[in-house]
Structures are given as C-alpha cells and as structure tokens.
Ligand binder design. Structure first.
Ligand code: GRF
Length: 208
C-alpha cells in the first residue's frame, strides 16, 4: 500500500485484556510523539479492562463477541469491516489472544504489529515468560513484529532484552518485560507512522 508521506496514520487496536500496551501507546499519540490518530479498540472479551481504559481516554471501544459468529472468519470479517470504515492504516495487536486467519491478515499484510513477551523465535505462543523461566534462560525479553500466518513468526521490527535473575518468577519477569514492551511497541509504531519501515522478505529495515 502506498502512503502519502507524513500523512497522519489511523491506528486501530485488537486487545483481549488489561491494555497496558494500548495505554502506553495512546499516551504517546496524545503527546504528539507518534504522528497518528487512534480510531478504535476492538476486544473479543466483554470484561476486558481495556474497553473502559479506552473510553476514559475518549477513544471508541467495542466488544465483538466471537461466539455470535459461526466461524473465526466471520468474526474477523466483522472486525475488518469496522477497521475499514475507520480508514485504518495500522492494526496493533496488543495482547490479543486469538490467532488471526488469512481473511484478516491478507488485507492488512505488513500492517499488523504484534507485541510478544519473549525474544522470538524462542518461546512463541502462550505464557512465554513462564516458558522462559521453566527453560532456565539467563536472558529474556520481548519482540515487536508484523503478524503473518504463523504463531509469532512474522518479520521482526525490534527486540529488547533483560537479565533473568536467580530468584525471578514468571510474574517478576513479566513485570520487567512489560516495561520494555511499552518502549519497543511505542518506537516500532512510531517508525511505521513515520514511513521508516521497509520490509524485504522477512527482514525489516529502518530507513535512515
Ligand atoms: C503482554 O505481555 C503482551 O506481550 C502479550 O500480552 C500481554 C498484554 O498486556 N501479548 P497488556 O494487555 O498490554 O497489559
């Protein structure tokens, strides 16, 4: 997709839960650090705290119940339709606990950014921090990447690391990683919105 350079980008979010990554990013958009407008937050969970967080910030948020559709694809088509109506340039999946199908990924190819709490390709999927602790790694971290059809396999934009200490638990490690998540997600989205990301096969380059 061709963007007119420096045009303000429209961002829509997919979030299943707490929404601390959404909040961190929304603050940076509000401050003007990121040249974008947040159009919409969609959640697949009725009780997701993110819905109220968004509302408080004056951002439209909506629960779309997967159970009221007879397939994953039908649920995604509904979201797709809403995102298109909101002229979405970039989708940010920030703690969205559902795997997306090609129905959603194809039209947003290289325009869906995910934040994952491990240094990929290690520990994809659920409970990445607990997987890292169980494996006994000495360094853990997070990855910001574009979503493709695999589970946490898409082109990597940015990663950050943290030392795992002997007495770290999945909870303490998650907390340390979360702080880094907020940083790399903000920086990755900023680069996207400034038209600075170039994707060649599975490599992401940052334009100078
Ligand atoms: C984060 O750890 C993110 O990496 C993972 O889910 C968690 C979401 O946290 N995908 P929050 O909802 O942004 O607070």
């Amino acid at each position: 997709m061709l963007f007119k350079k420096n045009r303000k980008k429209n961002i829509s979010f997919l979030v299943s839960g707490r929404g601390s990554n959404f909040e961190a990013l929304a603050k940076q958009v509000k401050k003007g650090y990121i040249n974008a407008e947040i159009k919409l937050v969609v959640s697949d969970k009725k009780e997701a705290p993110v819905l109220k967080k968004a509302e408080k910030m004056g951002i439209k948020s909506v629960f779309i119940d997967p159970k009221s559709f007879n397939s994953r694809e039908a649920h995604e088509r509904e979201i797709l339709d809403l995102f298109n109506k909101n002229k979405t340039d970039l989708v940010v999946a920030a703690g969205y606990m559902r795997l997306l199908t090609p129905v959603f990924i194809e039209p947003f190819k290289n325009r869906i950014i995910n934040i994952h709490p491990s240094i990929l390709p290690a520990f994809p999927g659920k409970n990445a921090q607990a997987q890292a602790i169980a494996h006994g790694v000495k360094i853990a971290g997070c990855t910001c990447h574009f979503i493709d059809e695999g589970t946490d396999t898409g082109p990597i934009i940015m990663q950050a690391s943290v030392n795992v200490l002997q007495d770290d638990t999945a909870e303490s490690l998650s907390q340390k990683i979360l702080e880094l998540e907020h940083k790399i997600l903000t920086e990755s989205v900023k680069l996207f919105c400034d038209d600075k990301l170039l994707i060649n096969d599975r490599k992401v380059f940052i334009k100078k």
